[in-house]
Design a protein around this ligand. Structure first.
Ligand code: UT7
Length: 322
């Protein structure tokens, strides 16, 4: 049997850091409120000249170096992003060019915070059916570009960053199960109401910003994390004890803790980076994964479970042996 196995991981965080204290100076908020309600202490943000493709490129190069593979080896590129450089071409095509990869399919997956898990699901299907041997799956976001810095309800929550994995076809177990879902019923609870086709609100000077009903999204996120994790475990005929590390999408520490509690997982088996990275949407899982591999917590052979939830609503999970 052929599996898609993680051969390399990489990530990149922009150098500029904005702390909660920095935000206190520009809006009616406090470090205490942000830490208590979200667990976030700081976030990285891009500066002029940095883009979703430029930070995604670095994460991809690091993942390829980690795998010991070059551009000639890559035969599929999928980028999970809600903040593409341009309407077209896709951010995947821009990164493909910069990597020096030629001819492989390259496309973006737009599933908001579930973008990386959606990308992983797709790349896994390509690999197990023989459509690709080596796939690059990238989650890259510049959410600061669609953040309304005058709205304290959303501005304190988001950050920028990128993470990537190289998946290779292998006889050894890698990805064991993936599930992805969506329910468009909840569009208005978390969305960017303006854009290319619906048009732009003139009062916002042609800019598009995130709007969210935080409370409603919070409740839905907690319930969904529990359901998707259980679905993945059931699919494997397994038990939560088989999971060495749970890596959920990093939106809010309270959501992460609630999900872990419902699953009966102690927090020392949960990777949480939301304190340092804030919510980086499609980049949050590969960023957390890379950090935990680099600091030695996650080791080869460990069983990992990813779970994501985001605008759409979209959600998804993956169970894999690292
Ligand atoms: O990435 C996937 C999707 N996103 C999420 O999963 C995010 C889900 N939602 C959340 O994480 C939380 O709902 C928030 C962190 C956004 C908000 O936390 P909350 O506990 O739901 O607070 P709230 O919206 O009920 O607001 C409580 C109070 C309000 O004041 P009043 O009405 O009680 O006087 C807000 O106006 O906190 C106020 N508030 C703030 N105060 C200081 C809202 N934002 C801030 C702020 N600083 N930044």
């Amino acid at each position: 049997m052929t599996y898609a196995r993680i051969a390399g991981i990489g990530s990149f965080l922009p150098e500029k850091v904005v702390s909660n204290k920095d935000l206190e100076k520009t809006m009616d908020t406090s470090d205490e409120w942000i830490r208590e309600r979200t667990g976030i202490k700081r976030r990285h943000v891009v500066v002029d000249g940095e883009t979703t493709s430029s930070i995604g490129l670095i994460a991809a190069q690091r993942a390829m170096a980690d795998a010991g593979l070059g551009p000639e080896d890559i035969d599929l590129i999928v980028v999970g992003t809600a903040t593409p450089d341009k309407v077209f071409p896709s951010t995947a095509c821009i990164i493909q060019r910069q990597l020096g990869v030629r001819g492989s399919p390259a496309f973006d997956v737009h599933a908001a915070c579930s973008g990386f898990v959606y990308g992983l699901d797709l790349a896994n299907r390509y690999i197990v059916t023989g459509g690709a041997k080596t796939a690059l799956v990238i989650g890259s976001e510049t959410l600061s570009r669609i953040t309304n810095w005058e709205d304290r309800g959303t501005a304190v929550l988001f950050g920028d960053g990128a993470g990537a994995v190289v998946l290779t076809a292998s006889e050894e177990p890698g990805i064991l199960a993936t599930h992805i879902h969506a329910d468009g019923e909840y569009e208005e609870l978390l969305h960017v109401p303006s854009g290319v086709s619906v048009g732009y609100d003139e009062t916002r000077a042609g800019r598009a910003f995130i709007e969210m009903n935080g409370n409603a999204v919070f409740k839905r996120a907690v319930a969904t994390f529990d359901n998707i994790a259980r679905e993945t475990i059931a699919d494997l005929d397994g038990h939560i004890d088989n999971v060495d590390w749970f890596i959920p999408h990093q939106a809010n520490m309270r959501i992460i803790k609630a999900a872990a509690k419902k699953l009966g997982l102690p927090m020392d088996r949960v990777i949480a980076t939301v304190d340092e990275h804030a919510n980086t949407s499609g980049a949050s899982i590969p960023l957390a994964l890379d950090q935990a591999v680099r600091d030695g917590r996650i080791k080869r052979g460990d069983m990992l479970m990813f779970a994501a939830f985001g605008a759409g609503f979209t959600w998804g999970s993956a169970m894999l042996k690292y």
